[in-house]
Design a protein around this ligand. Structure first.
Ligand SMILES: *Cc1c(COP(=O)(O)O)cnc(C)c1O
Length: 355
């Protein structure tokens, strides 16, 4: 049976990425040995890192003066590494959910935090019109809230340096990188497998704090050594490169954005039309990547039945995050439109049976 992969992360990747990876695991770049069994300092692997960095810069239109790094440790290590490297006394955090809260918790170890929190208890909207504290060293935002299905779908204007966790929406829309000093994320949502973390950092913001930074947690270490200070996550970087090549061939980020919009429209329209379901996020902040929805109160008892029904038809990963409940369909770049159409069909079938 065909599977439709709606998992939130690790998540769906283009088939081509899997195919190229299988080949490279057997015979990497004509070396006759596996990519998992060759030095990261071989010229064949150096070419992979170089091409991945170049494609990052090309596809995201990254201006001069920024470095692209591929590191280990996940986005969660960045939560600490960012304040370690760039926070002097104080930083501002836009708290839009669990990940933002975790980022803030780490930053508190390094100084004072000014928190801007969404007024709705369950993080169903993004705070807007808040005042920026000019004395803060930076403003940290989480552009896509993977758990709640809310997203900041534009580049906000900030009068202080802007830092963004883009773990779950990087490469889903064009961004103006010049508006940020640092963008980071784990690859495993929209870019590659688990194991590699990307960081796009403006070089001139570094080296300005007084504290001593451990070598591995210092961005300058990795900039100086081209992400090769220590052994980098070789296979995840290779797979990320394959995804970037796929994205470029498909037509680049603008094309991706258009396809993501189409997929999200299909599903949101059905959620709004179907009397059984209701969306969780406020409409203007709805994510194009993670679509969260519930059963209407009257039908709440059918939750397990819908999951079971969907699973029996090959739809995987739509159970909502444990802190939100209900359902979450992650519609990342690599998810085909047919999978969304299929899910919509199942929602309509379910409606016929129960409404
Ligand atoms: C998944 C996720 C993280 C955590 O990433 P790890 O690589 O597991 O540390 C952080 N932020 C956001 C927005 C995420 O979706």
């Amino acid at each position: 049976m065909k599977k439709h992969n709606f998992f939130a992360g690790p998540a769906v990747l283009p088939d081509r990425v899997t195919e190229e990876t299988i080949k490279a695991l057997q015979d990497f770049a004509g070396t006759g040995i596996s990519i998992a069994q060759i030095s990261h300092r071989s010229k064949q692997f150096q070419a992979v890192v170089d091409e991945a960095q170049d494609l990052f810069k090309e596809l995201l239109n990254i201006p001069d003066g920024y470095s692209v790094l591929f590191l280990g440790g996940g986005a969660s290590t960045q939560f600490a590494m960012i304040p370690y490297n760039i926070m002097k006394n104080k930083a501002m955090y836009l708290n839009t959910g669990v990940w933002a809260t975790k980022a803030m918790k780490e930053a508190k170890r390094f100084g004072d935090i000014i928190e801007v929190r969404s007024t709705c208890e369950k993080f169903t909207s993004i705070p807007k019109d808040f005042e920026i504290d000019e004395t803060a060293d930076y403003l940290h935002i989480t552009t896509n809230n993977t758990i709640y299905g809310t997203e900041i779908k534009y580049d906000i204007d900030s009068t202080i340096p802007l830092v963004a966790d883009m773990s779950s929406d990087i490469f889903s829309r064009p961004i103006d990188v010049s508006k940020y000093v640092l963008i980071y994320g784990g690859a495993q949502k929209n870019l590659g497998p688990a194991g590699v973390t990307f960081v796009i950092v403006k070089d001139e913001i570094l080296g300005k704090v007084e504290r001593a930074i451990p070598t591995m947690l210092n961005y300058n270490t990795h900039i100086d050594k081209g992400s090769m200070f220590n052994t980098p996550p070789v296979l995840p970087i290779f797979m990320t490169l394959q995804t970037l090549k796929w994205l470029k061939e498909l037509g680049g980020i603008e094309k991706m954005q258009q396809m993501n919009q189409e997929k999200a429209n299909l599903l949101y329209n059905e959620i709004d039309r179907n009397p059984l379901f209701v969306g969780t996020a406020v409409k203007e902040d709805r994510s194009l990547m993670n679509i969260s929805f519930l059963l209407q109160d009257k039908y709440k008892h059918l939750e397990a039945e819908f999951i079971e029904f969907a699973t029996s038809k090959g739809v995987l990963g739509i159970k909502g995050h444990r802190s939100v409940g209900g359902f979450r369909a992650s519609t990342y770049n690599a998810l085909p439109k047919e999978s969304v159409e299929f899910l919509v069909g199942l929602m309509q079938e379910f409606e016929k049976k129960h409404a």
